[in-house]
Design a binder for this molecule. Structure first.
Ligand SMILES: C[S@@+](CC[C@H](N)C(=O)[O-])C[C@H]1O[C@@H](n2cnc3c(N)ncnc32)[C@H](O)[C@@H]1O
Length: 368
């Protein structure tokens, strides 16, 4: 054993050079994250948008009121962000201009437009000191013998849970940012869902959006399908802040304890990835009680990330990063198809179907 550890297979020359470059990339990816955070804090996407959609570095420097001697540094930041796909470079040299890409368009702030949900707070939350500190604590957390249910590194380090009444006690500013970021994250793509999954709501007369927050998704569903009677169930403190416009009904309650308002279909959109397997089974079982038999059109609609390499390495990496985000900060996780199958069966459902894959997410119909 000892003799073996004294020898090592040394990579060949080409492998060694590539290994070093890969080591740089993986050790330094946090600088891409922080560069993105810097762009959001400075308001670069919003400024390019305000300047008509493209801008040179001197335009941006002037609009952002940055000191003249920061120009060369700013160019270097923009070069990394172009490589990461945050911005696109048009022309080169002296006339180089930068324009928004789809990624930076969803970071433009202060614009009120249908289906535009600025993801600015998602970036600020996920790159916040509290999140980064929790990630720093990962190796210590692995070594600790923590009793089940195992708290996340975030919870273990900060003594507070995210998206919970304890978050504002930890830091009210973080609480505001993560809640705004979560809402923006969850609202992105509602229009896509309605356009791409028309059959999902066909024949549905009543729907309960379980853990549906302030009802943004439910209101969009009713707008597209006015015949659907929609009820949103969420915690009383959330429901109390919801707009009472008569479009949807609201019920305040704890989905683990209360009766989920009965409906032909119950929806769980981007809820389960925040929860442990045990909690998912509990909440799914509660939803099952609220729907009629499959023959009568009863179903639970689950919209969540479906981990798998089928959409290519970039989408797969994004899903795995989102899984790490859940592991470090919540008790939830992202799931592959077998994980979803097992949850549905454990909760007492008989069958399920993947209706559609929408980017990293999938839409499931789950039958009683
Ligand atoms: C990630 S958000 C999803 C929101 C919504 N489904 C959407 O897509 O916009 C999770 C929601 O679950 C709610 N929630 C958490 N625990 C709950 C519980 N025990 N009972 C009811 N709602 C709960 C939260 O208040 C929050 O609005």
């Amino acid at each position: 054993m000892a003799a073996q550890t004294q020898t090592i297979e040394v990579p060949n020359d080409a492998e060694l050079m590539q290994a070093q470059a890969d080591l740089w990339r993986h050790s330094l990816y946090y600088l891409t994250s922080m560069g993105l955070r810097c762009a959001v804090e400075l308001g670069i996407p919003t400024t390019i948008h305000g300047l008509g959609g493209t801008a040179t570095v001197p335009d941006l420097r002037a609009a952002l009121s940055l000191p003249e001697n920061k120009l060369p540094f700013f160019r270097r930041l923009m070069r990394v962000l172009v490589t990461a796909g945050v911005f696109a470079a048009v022309d080169g040299g002296e006339t180089e201009r930068f324009r928004l890409t789809p990624l930076s368009r969803i970071l433009v702030d202060g614009v009120v437009a249908d289906e535009h949900h600025s993801q600015r707070c998602f970036v600020l939350g996920t790159t916040s000191r509290h999140y980064v500190d929790a990630a720093f604590a990962l190796s210590e957390w692995f070594k600790k013998d923590l009793a089940s249910p195992v708290p996340s590194p975030f919870e273990d380090l900060h003594g507070a849970r995210l998206f919970d009444e304890s978050t504002p006690l930890l830091d009210p500013e973080l609480d505001a940012i993560v809640n705004e970021g979560l809402a923006a994250h969850d609202n992105l793509g509602i229009g896509t869902l309605l356009r791409e999954c028309r059959d999902l709501f066909k024949g549905v007369r009543s729907l309960t959006d379980c853990c549906g927050r302030h009802g943004a998704t439910a209101r969009a569903i009713v707008k597209a399908y006015p015949h659907i009677k929609c009820t949103v169930l969420d915690l009383p403190r959330l429901v109390d802040q919801a707009p009472r416009d008569g479009v949807v009904d609201y019920v305040g309650g704890d989905a683990f304890q209360c009766t989920v308002p009965p409906a032909q279909a119950v929806m769980l959109k981007l809820v389960l990835h925040h929860l442990s397997d045990d909690d998912c089974v509990k909440i799914l079982a509660q939803c099952k009680k609220a729907i009629p038999s499959r023959k009568e059109g009863g179903k639970v609609i689950v919209i969540d990330i479906l981990v798998g390499p089928s959409l290519g390495p970039v989408m797969f990496e994004a899903q795995l990063m989102m899984d790490m985000l859940m592991m470090v900060n919540t008790r939830g996780r992202q799931r592959d198809e077998k994980d979803w199958h097992d949850l549905f069966m454990k909760a007492g459902f008989s069958d399920y179907k993947i209706v559609k894959k929408l980017g990293a997410r999938a839409v499931f119909e789950v039958y009683p």
